[in-house]
Structures are given as structure tokens and as C-alpha cells.
Design a protein around this ligand. Sequence first.
Ligand SMILES: [Zn+2]
Length: 231
Amino acid sequence: MTPSHREEQRRALAIVAHPDDIEFAAGGTVAGWVTRGWEVSLCVVTDGQRGTDGALSADRRAEQTAAAKALGVDRPRFLGYMDAEVSPTLELRAALADLLRLLRPHRVLTHSPRYAWAFPTTSHPDHRAVGTATLDAVYPGASIPSSVGSPAGLPWQVPEVWLFGDPEANHFEDVTDHLARKLAALRCHDSQLSARAGDEAQLRSRMAGAARAAGLPDGRLAERFQILRYV
Ligand SMILES: [Zn+2]
């Protein structure tokens, strides 16, 4: 089996709180994985109903579906929780554990459950709740099926979790070649654009800073992660 063939067998699952979270934090990384043959799935816990005044669930789901397509991701799954009201409940952990056992991803991408002092505007309570529920779904949830949720389904131990928005970072992904797709995906979120004038410049500046922190040459852009390894 060639390395490229092996990589074609790889699956990743991103679990986020709101429509557009994955594009902001890891859109370039996801686009890069898809380019390298990974099958990437997306689960969005809330409909982002409170992102801007008057944003409707149906609109935000449609925008997220278009944005996912721009990144090369299959139709997203929506859990339908209320925006700004997510807690890391046993119910949410069980739903995520069931999804992990169904999809059997080799990598999970999600929010850091830690408050990041350096990035206070990304430390939304829904982000921390989804990060906590996801980590608990990875272990012991999906790994020990009797621990939570439906006892049906084989156990699955996710080998790696990539956290974004963490106060620390142990990995910087060079996404320079995938910037166009990240920006194209972000622009699919029409209902949020008026609230976000200047976002693209700010994003580029943040990604350039991450690239500098990683020691990449000038002109490169990176997304930052704290990677947890389970096996
Ligand atoms: Zn969010």
C-alpha cells in the first residue's frame, strides 16, 4: 500500500458550536486535508441563531452547508441546540460519542475547553462547552461504549484531537496554499458579513503571526492547534 493510498483512507470529524467556527479557526487546515485525500465531516451543535439580529436557523444552516462545500466537506450534521445555551451535558456527550462510533474518525477538530486569555473574543461559553463535551465523548465516551449513550456500536478510540482557540499551541499548520478556499468558505456566511467588516485583514494578520511563531518564512500563513494524542 502506498503512502498516498493510506492517506486516502483517513477520516476527520470537526465538531463546532456555531456555523462559521470551523472556517475561522481551521478552514485552511480542513481544505488542506481534503486536498490530500482525507474525508472530512462536520457536526455543528447550534444553529447560530444569535449571531446577528434576525439570523434564522434555516439561513445559517444553508450558509454553513455552502461553506462546507467550498472546503470540500460533506453535508454538515446539525444538532439543533440553541445558540449561547450549550452546556457539556451527558446528553450532548452521548450524541457526540454515538457520532464518533459511527464515523470512526482518525482526527477530531474542536474548540479548546480552556479559556484563552489572549483570545477573549473567541472564548465563547458554547465553545468551551462543545470542547468539553467532545473531549469527554472521545474518552471515555466512544472508547468505552458502556460509559455513555447507546450501548450499540463498536468502540472507537480517536487517535488525535486537534484543539483550536487554546491558550497554548504545539502545532502550526502552514495553510498559505489554502487561503483562497478558507476565504471563499467564510464569504458563504452572508448573514454575518455586515458584522464583520475588517475580518479578513485581521485573520491574515493573526495567521501571519502564527506562521512567524512557527518559524515559517515571511509571507506564509498558519493556523494554530494544541494536538492531544490518545494512542
Ligand atoms: Zn462560535
